[in-house]
Design a protein around this ligand. Sequence first.
Ligand code: FE
Length: 337
Amino acid sequence: MIKIVFSFLCFALLQVTAQAAEVNVYSSRHYASDDDLYAAFTQVTGIKVNRIEAKDEELVERLRAEGKRSPADVLILADAARLQAAQDAGLLARVDSTILQTRIPAQFREQNQHWFGFSVRARVIAYDPYLVSEEQAKHYETLAASSMKGRVCVRSGAHPYNLSLLSAMIVNEGEAKATAWAKGVADNVARKPKGGDTDQIRAIAAGDCAIGLTNTYYYLRLVNSDKPEDEKVVDRVKIAFPDMGGKGTHVNISGGGMVTYAPHPTEALKLLEFLATDEAQGYFADGNNEFPVVAGVKVSNDALNGVASFKADTLNAGAIGALRNTAAQIMDKVGWK
Ligand code: FE
């Protein structure tokens, strides 16, 4: 009898262990290289990763609706503005991790440890060098200059990438100057803002406009592509790292945090800490052309290494994210739809 009870207890324990060895991730990243990233985590820890991928707003909405019943342990989003919005909605737990605090620079994590950046991207100017000089391309102001009337291609002003850039300008140069810049860009568009960053690069290559904005990984993806049509695009379109009034190019992050009611907090912490390892950082850099957030990680992506030594703005990602509503109001006011 004792033996039977003992075996039953062992079995029950095994069940608990087996059930616990998984982590549920809600991610808005949709890159093939992330499959390898999570597979590597499972290989190292034995923890299975169940991933649900959807658009940022959908994931946040889903988390809100699920509340305490949510199966989600980890939320991964692109851009500090979105992560800050998730935190403000009470969806992210505070995570005390010496590993994360030591590995990730303070600039790229929320000051009370609710979310952490795991990869860095710069918001740069894409331009046609036959129409825009290298000097002009080094300034965000050029996009708003009267000489660029009808020559600018940009995505929606409501998109977090543009909201965060404007937020950084508000902090660095003041609200009046940032508003004037946004109005200048809105007045200069060659067409109604539409599509993603890659669409703006392609539009410049097609001659629809002379200048635009893109996150670095979209351009580098085209550089690393072996499709003839992409090669043609990068032959024509160049990028420049603008120096925002001497402060440096605006940089942002893709990152994540632990969900407030995570059913597997131990596994969630392990995953978050894994994302800051040299191994995981390499997947972001080599697989998706993003800059590692951790210093000194060896990167074999030549195109990424080729542009890595630029002056980046040192503004805190949380400070940028906190201004998203002010930035959105300005975009609305100036008509950058
Ligand atoms: Fe993106």
